[in-house]
Design a protein around this ligand. Structure first.
Ligand code: CA
Length: 218
């Protein structure tokens, strides 16, 4: 899952980005409102985490213009402005949830997952393909009922494939879902993670459509 983090404070941004990476999200970090606007035009995200006090274009203005343009991306506002008035203003402007700084990283991750799940709409958050069951919330995978231990990257890769059962996803598409801006990506990083994934799940679990990409087996 790909997140847009909009935060101008370098210390907070760095810590939050790292926390989100550790939780298995791909993260793009925009340092001001205008950069965030550009990012939203170019990439598809599952969630934005938005600071309100931002240079160039403040978070509230950005949020209002997003909603005016019909962009329904879930937005979690994370800000130091803890006054009740601004909290209400933020929610009225179209924020889906609100966290006051300083916040606990675990809570941010839990709320981010809840918003993404809510948007996905289904009552059950579990993804199923063949004998594989992936729970995005609990971060667990079972195969024929037996738990499988995956690294954060392997999990992200499998989750992306299982979100689109039957679809063949290119290596570039898989890379995009796993890595944010500025992350060092080895030229064969996706292949390496797929190799380990297949080693753990069995080679037949992920089908390589030669020259096109990969899909999860039915
Ligand atoms: Ca700020």
């Amino acid at each position: 899952m790909r997140l847009l983090l909009v935060e101008d404070d370098p210390m907070i941004g760095k810590a939050v980005r790292q926390g989100l990476l550790n939780a298995g999200f791909a993260v793009d970090w925009a340092h001001d409102g205008a950069a965030a606007e550009l990012a939203l035009r170019d990439a598809v995200y599952d969630l934005a985490i938005l600071d309100l006090g931002l240079p160039v274009k403040d978070g509230m203005t950005l949020l209002e213009s997003m909603r005016r343009q019909g962009n329904h991306l879930p937005v979690l506002v994370a800000t130091a402005r803890d006054a009740v008035a601004s909290r209400i203003a933020g929610l009225n402007a179209g924020a889906d949830d609100y966290l006051v700084k300083p916040f606990d990283m675990d809570e941010l991750v839990a709320r981010a997952r809840a918003l993404i799940r809510r948007r996905a709409g289904s009552g059950s958050s579990q993804l199923v393909a063949g004998d594989l069951v992936l729970d995005p919330l609990r971060r667990t995978v079972t195969q024929a009922g037996a738990p499988v231990a995956l690294s954060a990257r392997e999990f992200a890769l499998l989750e992306t494939l299982m979100q689109r059962p039957g679809a063949v996803l290119s290596k570039e598409k898989l890379e995009e879902s796993m890595y944010g801006w500025g992350e060092e990506i080895g030229s064969n990083a996706v292949e390496v993670h797929l190799h380990y994934l297949r080693k753990k799940l069995g080679a037949a679990a992920i089908v390589n459509v030669r020259g096109v990409g990969y899909r999860v087996a039915d």
